[in-house]
Design a protein around this ligand. Structure first.
Ligand SMILES: *Cc1c(COP(=O)(O)O)cnc(C)c1O
Length: 388
């Protein structure tokens, strides 16, 4: 039950369709791994995972063991890879939930091997190679082969994947990504010559998977594109899945000189209509949007007036506007041909769509919709429908 009108509406058909669109760009036999870390980039990991699987994703990946365990608890049995470090008690969590984990040095390998022995299982692991990202990963020119040979000798570990991550897949200049991919292929070759074949070789995120088919490897790890945001500079038709909606709580018709909000950073110059909306930075409607953001209030464009506060934001419309309490407010999303995008939000806050999406707070209920445009509802997998 949600009473407050501020909700994030997530269109699961859009997510399923985006997965299908991405799949259509993959080479034969390339597996789509849907990245649902950070609660599905703020959309809700469980429903997003089901929608992506319905759209042809064959596996999932998350950043933390806990995120993977939560998907298992929601009844999702697809393969799940933990891409981030698995530390301390996370090893047991990962193994008990049947997750694949990422190993990046001898310490992380030992932790997993010991936990696997305790749990009495053989832990499926991916070896992460640092080819230029500089985060977790064994250096591409620093003993990867020895590390892999050591891994395959350990009875409690099963080396199933070799992975890397690109630092600049969305840069206009492809040189850096090409260099990283060449280093990665050298490592794959060296292992192969030593008799080590791994089923999954992967390094592409959304941008790389869509820009360079040659970097798709045997699977791609796609996040942002699933949520409907085309990674720069790829041109692909995707459907944004999330809209943030609310409703007008109070309307004030004011003359010139009317101050609004903390610090009185907005003072009306003219007659204006001010609409107070119950959304604030605690919901992920960021303070950086103060006097910058725009929204559709009762279908008309309005501008944030004054500072966004923790729980309320005021929007200004021209004095001629007709706005009433209860009118719908679209903070992100579309109304007819007009739309506010995650990219708009990112621009106002000098950041990227990823950060604004996963910043939508836990206080905002996620409401799931299945909106079919010109397609029979039956094209949605029956189990998927039943799961909602
Ligand atoms: C988040 C993440 C991805 C997905 O990136 P997108 O740009 O959202 O497609 C892929 N691989 C790793 C290692 C990640 O951390």
């Amino acid at each position: 039950m949600t009473g407050r009108p501020t909700v994030a509406e997530v269109d699961l058909v859009a997510i399923r369709d985006n997965a299908e669109t991405v799949r259509g760009r993959l080479g034969p036999g390339v597996r789509l791994v849907a990245v649902v870390k950070a609660d599905g980039y703020g959309h809700g990991a469980g429903p997003v995972a089901r929608a992506a699987l319905a759209g042809g994703a064959e596996a999932l990946s998350v950043a933390l063991a806990e995120e993977g365990a939560s998907l298992r608890a929601q009844g999702i049995d697809a393969p799940i890879l933990v891409m981030g470090p698995t530390l301390g008690a996370q090893a047991a969590i990962a193994l008990q939930a049947g997750l694949e984990t990422t190993i990046y040095d001898s310490v992380s390998a030992r932790l997993l091997a010991e936990a696997a022995e305790r749990e009495g299982v053989r832990a499926p692991v991916h070896l992460k190679v640092d080819t230029g990202m500089g985060r977790i990963g064994v250096a591409h020119d620093g003993g990867v082969l020895d590390m892999a040979l050591d891994l395959v000798r350990q009875p409690s570990l099963h080396l199933v994947g070799l992975m890397t991550h690109l630092a600049s897949a969305d840069a206009a200049d492809p040189q850096s990504a090409l260099r990283q991919w060449a280093r990665f292929l050298d490592v794959v070759d060296a292992l192969r010559r030593a008799g080590i074949e791994v089923p999954f070789v992967h390094g592409a995120n959304s941008a790389a998977a869509l820009r360079w088919p040659g970097m798709q490897g045997s699977q791609v790890r796609v996040g942002i594109a699933l949520y409907g945001i085309a990674p720069d500079p790829v041109s692909v038709q995707l459907k944004p899945a999330l809209s943030l909606r609310s409703a007008v709580a109070q309307v004030k018709r004011v003359g010139p000189g009317f101050p609004v909000g903390y610090g009185e950073t907005f003072v009306s110059e003219d007659e204006a209509v001010l609409a107070t909306v119950p959304v604030g930075y605690a919901d992920g409607y960021r303070r950086a949007f103060s006097n910058r953001g725009r929204a559709l209030v009762g279908g008309a464009w309005a501008r944030v007036a004054g500072r966004v506060s923790m729980d309320q934001t005021v929007f200004a419309l021209p004095g001629t506007a007709s706005v009433a309490v209860g009118d719908p407010v679209v903070l992100m999303g579309a109304v007819g041909a007009e739309a506010v995008s995650a990219l708009d939000w990112a621009g106002w806050a000098d950041t990227i769509p990823y950060e604004v999406l996963c910043g939508i707070g836990p206080r905002v209920p996620r409401v799931y919709r299945i909106r079919e445009e010109g397609r029979p509802a039956a094209s949605v997998d029956a189990d998927f429908l039943a799961s909602l």
